[in-house]
Design a protein around this ligand. Sequence first.
Ligand SMILES: CC(C)C[C@H](N)C(=O)N1CCC[C@H]1C(=O)O
Length: 622
Amino acid sequence: MTAECCGYPISIFFIVVNEFCERFSYYGMRAVLVLYFRYFLLWDDDLATSIYHAFVALCYLTPILGAIIADSWLGKFKTIIYLSIVYAIGQVTMAISTIHDITDANRDGTPDNFTFHIALSMLGLILIALGTGGIKPCVAAFGGDQFQEHQSRQLNTFFSVFYLCINAGSLLSTLITPVLRAQECGIHTQQQCYPLAFGVPAVLMVISLVVFIAGSGMYVKTDPEGNIMWSVCKCIGFAIKNRFRHRSSSYPKREHWMDWANEKYDKLLIAQIKMVLKVLFLYIPLPMFWTLFDQKGSRWTLQATTMSGDFVSILISTVNPILILTLVPIMDRLIFPLIQKCGLNFSPLKRMTVGMLFAAMAFVSAALVQIEIDKTLPNFPSSSESQLKVVNTYSTTLNVTISPNEHLLIESFGVQLHTSKHTYSTISCMFVNDFSLIHGEQWCEFSRKFGFGASYTFLIPSTVFSDDCESITEVEDMKPNSVHMALQIPQYFLITTGEVMFSVTGLQFSYSQAPKNMKSVLQAGWLCTNAVGNIIVLIVAELGKLPKQWAEYLLFASLLVAVSIIFSIMAYFYTYIDPAEIEAQVRKEQGLEPEEMEKETLEMEEKDEDQKNEQGVKQTKI
Ligand SMILES: CC(C)C[C@H](N)C(=O)N1CCC[C@H]1C(=O)O
């Protein structure tokens, strides 16, 4: 028996703490990455965001590599350890690359050799992407491996707790690392403390590794059954070739195209490949969910900048993990059991479909908010129009006639300009609460809150310093943003509800439907849907947008509704399987008589017993 606490294997504790620290490390580093590119390496916005997105996409592509290493070569346990070491080295490299003093020979506070810092940080990022992506499919699957057959309820809860840890880690780090960056540090000169902001995630990654190793004696570890991925590729290749060789109608059809590998390959391997392919086929429409989800960080952020309210950056980076932390327990403890009590079968694939519909609703909500915002935005001249601004500083109303037939009334601002020299300047500022005009010993000070998004013109008469500051007139050219950011909360709520139904269920589903020797591979397939979604966002951003933002939101919502309908049809034809049962059945069909199976089981048990004795831990799982 594995050591248990409240029905859960104790080893799970080490795995969820490891996940918490790893996600703290990953999201903490990500929270300050663009700022590092922008203000330390002095890259422009475009380069900074492109490299950032390329890095994120790479992090979701490397799981395939990690899964192949785990399922075909090292096993999950060793893969997690080795790739975590790579990951920690990457984080440390990244932190070192941010120490400006290393190349600041002239001690002016800026690095003198940018090539050094860029090369080091790119090396760090590649190692991090390899590490974080590589271990991701293995950690979730390794966690699942710790449960025994009678613990299926606890297994489902594990995936929810796993997701909670991801979000608790990300929430804390996105709050902490920007604060660390804002500190000042340095040897020769005091600068923004990037080494601390990147150093703390590096320390957390080392802690994550130590915690994982600490649980070593308690884990159920399954060894890979040879180079499974290579066997899978060869088997699929043979089935295709064999099918092509027997394409003539004189050959009888086979139930599944993979059955054309029967001549050469083990029935069990063919059955396992069929299980994996069935699930991977089902995943084809799923990237669309992530395409919408990932726009939280781009389009929705831009939407927030056209709204009023002071909590832009905090709202954007924390609202999703905060909602996850509240919604996961509510769904698990209240909503899903309630639905079950009502006699409804809310199967995993149905949950995922509903999750997609929630994400679509989130985009409808975003479109409605956008329509409200558009009402308050100034009308800019179109390509066939010009904008003419006439500032009447005369004391009475003047008529202005624009040839040939436009006639406008210009109200006076009641100010007369006595100076013949006019200097106009435009200043764009953030968080302006006051400003002063200073001339010699005299000054005029204005203290008031200027609204975000607003544009003002100040008309300053030449007499201002000899007369009084009151003679300055303020004109509001553009109204401040008036639609409050709180209106974005429903769309965040809807997309996060969708995420809980879609993403947490997807994790569980990918684990439960995978054969024992390909659990990491299927987890990697699941993570790939996220990578493809990210890439679609990048392409969409490059291709440009519809003229009206609300129309684009509605377009995405409709696309996701269409995709969820396709997915629900595919799901209708999907039969849930118990991979272990199918494997046992195939063995039986293969002629492995019950006694032989028993013998095989006994041999495996003996092997396990030896392993346990080596580890000094009692376990019965085969
Ligand atoms: C974007 C949030 C900080 C994290 C998000 N709620 C989340 O948990 N995930 C987004 C992609 C999958 C999952 C993760 O594993 O980070």
